[in-house]
Design a protein around this ligand. Structure first.
Ligand code: NAP
Ligand code: HSE
Length: 434
């Protein structure tokens, strides 16, 4: 058997400790698949004294993670610290510049610096692999990069954050409060170090930016992603969604908008109402799913566990074994220098249907005021639900629209929310067919 591949692991938290455990405990299996032994030779984390649940005797410790890149016995750096700046970035840059392949689960780093890091990897003829960074245990990067190589992708849609999908599922099924379910997701190791990245949609946006680069051959353009999270999803909207035949999911959607030279890519992450019959609506708990619509393959969905130690470590090890065998592909499916400059399509150009919930004082003329505004802004209604009848109290008024331009809907909402009888900021959730 050929030369040992020495791994330096930076970060021994949820993901890093599981990667170290699997390499240590499944060494023979991995060596058989890689055609050479794979060994953890050095590690780094903040606290040397913490029990990691894995035997690290004989493994070198580096207080400074960046030093892993310079060690002669480290042939591949596995970065599972996290964060778009600081040590993680310094380490990945140092490793690539030193001609060492990098495997990372760090979508924040790649969303902000992916194009530059891919160029560094290519300049040195080494790999930058990140299967674990998008949709946890689903091999979506391989599928898009290698499997759909002949296809022209029209649209990619995904449940890309396990924490949010877990929260929305548990809230709907049990009526438990948002904060309580978020705390459980943190205990289970699903959430980011800063869980606002999860619930505010930023983590899903990081992943969407990577999928967009891969699917559409563009430079990674995180700054153009329209981002809304799930904090404003209330039990009343979850209940109306069920009544109307929908489930609420946080989706990331990227698609080509426009033709030829004018074509841009629209990237958006926001809560969506998805028909209960749509395959993606059946993806619950911490599971993620990615639907790809492409020519000639058609439409298909991959699903699997999107977060947690096991699924993420599985994806990291897939990349490590690939590199050990010499299988290498450009990070974004084509040479980084040939990625087209990012060109964003604005959200205002989006056309779709909307769920709107207004809290109104139920007195004569309210509906006329609201429908008058909708008429003026060319918003056509598909259905309406009004509950309760108490002129002294506010009642929910739910509207579902036909397809309309986002710009018209936003203009109508601005006018509606200024009405005296509308007593709360309107709740608006986009309807996506899934
Ligand atoms: P985590 O549990 O918070 O672990 C982070 C690890 O990094 C800890 O071991 C910490 O050390 C170490 N660390 C922090 N700063 C460091 C520094 N300056 N130098 C060296 N080590 C440092 O995070 P995680 O959940 O494993 O996530 C790691 C990465 O994987 C992140 O990029 C995350 O987005 C990504 N990811 C996570 C999941 C998941 O389900 N958790 C899934 C996919 C991708 P101490 O332990 O000593 O504090
Ligand atoms: N915090 C992320 C999630 C981890 O909940 O999906 C997986 O990337």
């Amino acid at each position: 058997m050929s030369e040992v591949l020495g791994i330096g692991i930076a970060g021994l938290g949820t993901v890093g400790a599981e990667v170290a455990r699997l390499i240590t405990e499944r060494g023979d299996h991995l060596a058989e698949r890689a055609g050479r032994p794979i060994k953890v030779v050095a590690v780094s984390a903040r606290d040397r004294t913490k029990d990691r649940g894995v035997d690290l005797s004989g493994v070198a410790w580096e207080d400074d993670a960046v030093a892993l890149a310079a060690r002669d016995d480290v042939g591949l750096v596995c970065e599972v610290i996290g964060g778009s700046e600081g040590t993680a970035k310094e380490l990945v840059e140092a490793a690539l510049d030193a001609g060492k392949s990098v495997v990372t689960a760090n979508k924040a780093l790649l969303a902000h610096h992916g194009t530059d890091l891919a160029k560094r990897a290519e300049a040195k003829g080494v790999a930058l692999a990140y299967e674990a960074a998008v949709a946890g245990g689903i091999p979506i990067i391989r599928a898009l990069r290698d499997g759909f190589v002949a296809d022209r992708v029209r649209r990619v849609t995904g449940i890309l954050n396990g924490t949010c999908n877990f929260i929305l599922t548990v809230m709907r099924e049990t009526g438990r409060a948002f904060d309580d379910v978020l705390a459980e997701a943190q205990e289970l190791g699903y959430a980011e170090a800063d869980p606002s990245f999860d619930v505010d949609g930023v983590d899903a946006a990081h992943k969407l930016a990577l999928l967009t680069a891969l699917c559409f051959g563009r430079e990674v353009d995180f700054n153009s992603v329209h981002i809304e999270g799930i904090r404003r999803i209330s039990p009343v909207d979850i209940s109306f969604a069920t009544e109307l035949g929908y489930k609420i999911k946080l989706l990331g959607v990227a698609e080509i908008d426009g033709e030829g030279e004018q074509a841009g890519v629209s990237q958006r992450v926001h809560p969506c109402m998805v028909p209960i019959s749509a395959p993606i609506a059946g993806v619950e708990d911490v599971f993620n799913a990615v639907t790809v619509e492409a020519d000639p393959v058609g439409s298909g969905m991959l699903q699997g566990r999107g977060a947690g130690a096991g699924p993420t470590a599985s994806a990291v090890l897939g990349d490590i074994v690939d590199i050990a065998t010499g299988r290498m592909a450009p990070a974004f499916g084509r040479p980084a220098v040939s990625l087209a400059p990012a060109k964003a399509a604005p959200l205002s150009a989006h056309v779709g249907s909307f769920y709107i919930r207004l809290m109104v004082i139920d007195k004569p003329g309210v509906l006329a005021d609201i429908t008058g505004i909708l008429r003026d802004e060319h918003v056509s209604m598909e259905s309406m639900i009004q509950r309760g009848r108490d002129p002294m109290e506010m009642v929910p008024l739910v509207l579902v629209t036909h397809e309309v331009a986002e710009s018209s809907m936003q203009a109508a909402l601005a006018k509606i929310s200024a009405l005296d009888v509308v007593v709360e900021e309107p709740a608006m959730i986009r309807i996506v067919e899934g």
